[in-house]
Design a binder for this molecule. Structure first.
Ligand code: 13P
Ligand code: SF4
Length: 309
């Protein structure tokens, strides 16, 4: 995939970033949905679970988190002694904003005694109200690890219904969804499949059920990349955010990938640019701070998830 800046700009910024990174003993991590040039300057590119695991164990003093707010916040919860920088401070996740701590407390009061599983795409305050977190790659495992009894899954109803099908346990859902994945329709998949009849369909579990039903494989971003690498199939219709194409082309350069819809772009993920990464390293801001009491409660839910991953 092409960079969104020209080669000359890339080389200049990449050199500045490399120097600043060494001077500050910083680690740059990026999600698979980031712009290609950001992925290429990062020390590590991964899915939400891999990035959380890395944040929990790295000994770097500064983590530059190229992703969205909840991801950097999770790193700050797990590693409070480190300086966690989010180069674009307004890079949020609209789905994470669909649930807040007060509404969750009210729902918990209605469903007294239920266990709350919260998708990592949520605020620290929501995590603090939850029993355990999950990401798209371990959600099935996390729900399987729970004791008998009622479960409330927040905030993604699409991931929730995917887990319900896999585990065979009924759950209550929060009516949240990802603006980017929820827009993908069955019709989009069928259209691309008509043009590429030999291609397999791979989708993220944040897609609607009607889309998941058309898929040959459903997985987290890392799960999709892993599946494509191991497969003998040559062509894939990709039902997740466009940034993943950069890694897919890198790891499987002889295979063909067709995005299931041109709309599969998360503007929040794309709001981080290379010059903002440079500026974050230069100014050591914007940094993410989580108030102590919330942080300790949220940490429990994240650590419980990491223990069963
Ligand atoms: P992954 O956990 O699969 O990386 O997904 C994160 C995300 O935000 C999906 O929209
Ligand atoms: Fe949030 Fe969807 Fe963007 Fe992921 S792709 S960060 S869930 S809005």
């Amino acid at each position: 995939m092409q960079y969104t800046i020209d080669e000359g700009q890339f080389r200049t910024l990449a050199a500045e970033i490399k120097q600043l990174k060494q001077d500050n003993k910083a680690l740059i991590v990026a999600h698979f949905y980031q712009r290609p040039e950001i992925q290429d300057v990062a020390d590590f590119v991964g899915d939400s679970l891999q990035l959380s695991q890395l944040a929990a164990k790295t000994d770097a003093e500064i983590i530059v988190f190229c992703g969205v707010h909840f991801m950097a916040e999770s790193a700050a919860i797990l590693s409070p002694e480190k300086l966690v920088l989010l180069p674009e401070e307004h890079a949020g996740c609209p789905m994470a904003n669909m649930v807040d701590a007060e509404s969750l407390r009210q729902r918990k009061a209605q469903l007294s005694g239920c266990q709350v599983v919260c998708y990592v795409n949520s605020s620290a305050a929501v995590k603090a109200e939850s029993d355990i977190c999950c990401t798209s790659s371990n959600a099935v495992q996390v729900v399987k690890s729970l004791l008998p009894g009622e479960i409330l899954f927040v905030p993604d109803q699409n991931l929730g219904s995917y887990v319900e099908e896999k585990v065979g346990r009924n759950m209550y859902f929060w009516p949240g969804y990802c603006n980017t994945h929820d827009h993908l329709t069955r019709e989009n998949i069928l259209n691309v499949r008509r043009q590429h009849p030999n291609a397999e369909v791979i989708v993220h579990p944040e897609c609607r059920k009607e889309v998941r039903q058309e898929a040959d494989f459903i997985g987290s971003t890392a799960g999709l990349i892993n599946y494509v690498q191991k497969s003998s199939v040559q062509e894939f219709i990709v039902g997740t955010e466009s940034g993943i194409l950069h890694q897919l082309h890198k790891v499987c350069c002889s295979k063909e990938f067709y995005l299931a819809s041109e709309q599969l772009v998360c503007p929040n993920m794309k709001s981080t640019t290379l010059s903002k990464v440079r500026d974050a390293l230069k100014n050591l801001t914007p940094h993410i701070l989580v108030e102590k009491e919330t942080r300790l409660r949220a940490k429990k839910a994240l650590e419980r998830m990491l223990a069963c991953s």
